[in-house]
Design a protein around this ligand. Structure first.
Ligand SMILES: *Cc1c(COP(=O)(O)O)cnc(C)c1O
Length: 532
């Protein structure tokens, strides 16, 4: 077995920390340095012993033998396992501590969900299996759909969209289909200033012109401004409720009524449903479509942990235009997935298909497990505890950080702060980076755009009071350094594997392909990945 070639890999020290003992390995205790996998194992090595005989190609395969090396790093199994385990230790995870990213609902994923999703009857099935062998899986989709309709007070739901933004597209396409079906082509979608970026992006992607509606000084949609803009060219509005300032849109019913009176339709961004699940039925507020992020409200893992799922509940006006496929129960009680538009007498006006197959089955099983284990009363408590925790954060920090809507009454499930009151030259970014040194994933920063230097903290209901107190204590300590002008904060994080990276360069010009072999001198060829 070939040893991986570590020549050319040189430990990189956390830059400029004179008080840190330089070790020969680059590791500092349990803070591990780890090169790229291509630096660990030079091309040409092989991590596995093959019999010379076994590698002799059969006559049948001989014409397909590669002429060039495949350019994969050759590592043995233990080396590979260590590489990824060492990398994973540089990662922050919801299983490690609070993840207070506003607008993301990073809550604990109950292990019960995982156990259910791994049951062979769910995990080992294939989407092309005959329908009569997957009746249980179809029943999960049907039952989850039923819960979603009941919780939102809506008569229909499209289960197939694969994330929140995908659900938005589904809703907007249904709105367009409904308008076109009545011969009404409209060109404009109205979106509030504080909208999540996916809202205007969705409307633009679907071919609409996007126009902003201003917010009031209290951080809510300006109803008068909205009413003034409504007219025969407005296809609809996209409103997030609770909104991205962490506030409930109290005028939602009046907004829906006004939009309907002007012939438009109402899209509600339901990503923040966690704050109101079991308390408010969005259907009662007159909306026509709303996506639900199963991966937020109903706890299925997301971000690095797994895919999303964004079912869209629909009103009577939009239900006939829902996408295929959908689950249908026939008179004998058999379930089937209706796959074709033309063949479907059930939904002749469907706008079409958004996904191959039926959606995120693994997320469906997890979300349903979460709902059934909480029950209706438990889901209501989820919302109450999420809101309680956010208000605890808001009121524990509003003497230290500026809370721009602190006078607008209690917040919903997230607390919003601005950069007002920091020492000259100190920014929201400094607070976020300082929080990394404290051992926390930072909150959402610079969003929503309506607040200068915004910091949006969403603790979720799964944090205990003592967990919140630790986070609050760290935020207070870092915020007071920013107020006092502590220069060391400007170069934080000091205790993470890396300092500040050129995040703009990394985002705009990511280098995703390893280009360099180690030079003979032993100097690593710098990969262009930001800041390494
Ligand atoms: C997360 C989020 C979205 C987008 O959902 P994805 O699943 O990430 O596509 C849209 N709107 C709001 C308010 C969100 O928080």
């Amino acid at each position: 077995m070939n040893a991986p070639n570590r020549a050319g890999w040189k430990p990189q020290m956390p830059q400029g920390d004179a008080n840190k003992q330089i070790t020969s390995s680059g590791d500092l205790g349990l803070q591990l340095e780890e090169p790229l996998i291509f630096e660990l194992a030079s091309n040409g090595n092989c991590g596995v012993d093959f019999d010379a005989e076994a590698t002799e190609p059969s006559a049948f395969l001989a014409p397909f033998i590669r002429k060039q090396p495949v350019d994969l790093p050759g590592l043995s199994e233990p080396e590979t396992v260590r590489h990824y385990t060492r990398l994973s230790r540089q990662n922050y995870a919801i299983d490690l501590g609070p993840f207070p990213l506003g607008s993301c609902t990073m809550k604990h994923n109950p292990r019960l969900n995982e156990a259910v999703a791994r049951l062979p009857g769910f995990a080992d099935i294939h989407p092309l299996q005959p329908m009569d062998t997957v009746q249980g899986a179809l029943a999960v989709i049907e039952q989850l759909a039923d819960w979603l309709m009941k919780l939102t007070g809506m008569p229909a739901v499209a289960m197939s969209p694969k994330a929140g933004a995908h659900g938005e597209l589904c809703g907007i396409l249904a709105i367009r289909a409904a308008l076109e079906a009545r011969g009404d082509r409209r060109a404009v979608i109205l979106v509030p200033e504080s909208a999540h970026g996916t809202n205007p992006a969705t409307a633009a992607f679907a071919g609409y012109a996007v126009e902003n509606i201003p917010a009031t000084a209290q951080g809510r949609v300006d109803l008068a401004a909205l009413e003034a803009r409504l007219g025969p060219d407005v296809a609809g509005v996209m409103i997030t409720n609770p909104n991205t300032c962490g506030l409930f849109e109290r005028d939602m019913k009046a907004i829906s009524d006004a939009v309907h009176a002007a012939g438009g339709l109402v899209y509600c961004d339901g990503a923040n449903f966690n704050a109101i699940v079991g308390k408010v039925r969005p259907g009662d507020l007159g909306i026509d479509a709303m996506h639900i992020n199963l991966h937020k409200t109903f706890s299925t893992p997301h971000g690095g942990g797994g895919p999303g799922s964004g079912p869209v509940v629909l009103s009577e006006a939009l239900a006939p235009f829902a996408p295929i496929p959908f689950v249908h129960r026939d008179e004998e009680g058999r379930l089937r997935l209706v796959e074709e538009r033309g063949a479907s007498e059930l939904l002749p006006d469907s706008f079409g298909r958004m996904v191959a197959f039926h959606g995120q089955m693994g997320m469906f099983t997890r979300a349903l497990a979460y709902m059934l284990s909480h029950g209706a009363d438990g889901l209501k408590q989820v919302a109450e505890d999420a809101v309680l925790n956010a208000n605890y954060v808001l009121r524990s920090l509003d003497d230290m950080l500026d809370a721009p809507f602190g006078d607008s009454g209690p917040c919903m499930h997230e607390a919003l702060f601005s950069d007002a009151g920091m020492a000259k030259g100190f920014t929201t970014l400094d607070i976020a980076k300082g929080l990394i040194d404290e051992g926390f994933h930072p909150m959402t920063v610079y969003f929503p755009l309506v607040v200068h230097g915004a910091m949006l903290v969403e603790p979720t209901e799964t944090e205990s009071r003592s967990g919140l107190d630790r986070l609050i204590g760290s935020l207070r300590a870092v915020a007071s350094r920013a107020k006092e002008g502590d220069e060391t904060l400007k170069s934080a994080p000091h205790h993470a594997p890396r300092r500040r990276m050129d995040e703009t360069l990394a985002a705009r010009k990511p280098v995703l392909v390893w280009k360099g072999q180690p030079a003979p001198s032993g100097e690593p060829v710098p990969s262009e990945i930001g800041g390494r």
